[in-house]
Design a protein around this ligand. Structure first.
Ligand code: WQD
Length: 350
């Protein structure tokens, strides 16, 4: 049974990928410092697959801890999700973002070099393209100056990986995600934003369930179908599955080059208003929203040219925007039930 390390494996995309890895018969080891998730996610993964992943709770910035891990654990491949990922927050505390996202990566790559490990999958983002000159966006689109320190860490990390591959013969694939949304069909794992959600879908579901008063639509004066910004929303389960495809490409030595980059999206753009309409349809709820000014740093439109992933990985997204929105809604409803029962059981205790 191949052993795979998943860093950030208790996070939103990481947890869904762990489930898919276990479904495909991989043995999974998770490193997570719980900075942006809870230990409960480990139990939820176990309840979905009946297999409890090995879990190591430490910070990847701790070089000694990373060395100890690799001194005691052999892995056939690594999928690296662990990173700070809030665009707005990265503007407030850029140094923490550079320190966390870059040192975590170099610590792992150093150990891969020492232990002669290969097969590295990196969680990158379409944010490296900024506002692309042409749509849909191909992997050859120029990487542009980042709009945020978060985006810059993704750009820098891709360059670090490319240099490590050249110098030390690693094999690596960067997957440039478009907008991951939705939740697992069991509604046991999903997106867990801490505090006020920055991303559109959790803000929509929290508004629909009454946690938020009203959704603000950031701008309707963009040159798009209805004036609101366009994004390529991909179901997190489709996204999780493409990680397994990319991993097997490396494990089976099917890669064309030792470092490859793939855009991972549906290839379809949806405007904010189209997302709202689709959500209202699947949830049967009228969403309370208002149009406000544009958000600083937002681009007009981004959606993927998926030809390279379709052709080389023989992969394409299978789930629709509606599937993803319904799964996000079911996840939000389950969260309310969980909170409700927590409040109820704690109230009883007083
Ligand atoms: C989507 C659209 C907003 C909230 C970011 C990162 C990207 C990835 C996904 C990490 C935009 C609009 C949003 C709201 C709104 N993150 N919106 N009201 O900014 O496309 O991408 O998150 O990997 O790297 O850049 O996603 O969900 O924040 O916004 O109108 O309350 O929804 O303006 O057009 P974004 P988002």
């Amino acid at each position: 049974m191949k052993k795979i390390l998943v860093t950030g494996g208790l996070g939103f995309i990481g947890s869904h990928t762990v489930v898919e890895l276990q479904n495909k018969g991989f043995e999974v080891l998770i490193i997570d410092n719980l900075a942006n998730t809870t230990l409960e996610v480990l139990d939820k993964i176990t309840s979905i697959t009946t297999i409890k992943p090995a879990f190591f709770n430490f910070d990847l910035k701790d070089r000694k801890a990373v060395q100890d891990f690799f001194n005691n654990n052999f892995v056939d491949g690594i999928i690296h999700f662990a990173a700070s990922k809030a665009v707005g927050e990265s503007v407030q505390i850029p140094l923490d973002y550079y320190e966390n996202n870059i040192i975590s990566l170099t610590n792992i790559l150093q150990e891969m070099k020492v232990k002669n490990l290969s097969n590295f999958i990196f969680s990158s983002s379409c944010t490296v393209y900024g506002q692309a000159d042409e749509l849909p966006i191909t992997e050859n689109a120029p990487v542009k100056p980042a709009e945020s320190p978060y985006g810059n860490t993704k750009k820098i990390n891709e360059e670090i990986i490319a240099d490590a591959v050249k110098a030390h013969g690693l094999k690596a694939i960067s997957l440039r995600y478009f907008n991951p949304i939705g939740a697992h069909a069991t509604a046991k794992i999903g997106e867990l934003p801490i505090g006020v959600p920055q991303n559109l879908i959790p803000f929509i579901t929290q508004t629909a369930v009454g946690i938020r008063q009203e959704l603000s639509v950031f701008g309707n004066d963009y040159p798009t179908i209805d004036g609101t910004a366009v994004r390529d929303y991909i179901h997190v389960v489709d996204l999780a599955k493409v990680h397994i495809v990319a991993l097997n490409r490396l494990l089976n030595n099917q890669q064309k080059n030792n470092y490859e980059v793939f855009n991972v999206g549906t290839g379809k753009g949806s405007s904010v208003l189209e997302v709202i309409n689709a959500f209202e349809k699947v949830s049967n709820i009228k969403l309370n929203y208002k149009i406000v000014g544009r958000r600083e740093g937002d681009i007009t439109a981004a959606y993927a040219d998926t030809n390279l992933a379709n052709k080389e990985l023989k992969w394409k997204a299978e789930l629709t925007l509606e599937d993803a929105l319904l799964s996000a809604w079911n996840w939000q409803l389950q969260l309310q039930l969980a909170v409700g029962s927590w409040q109820f059981s704690h109230k009883k205790a007083f």
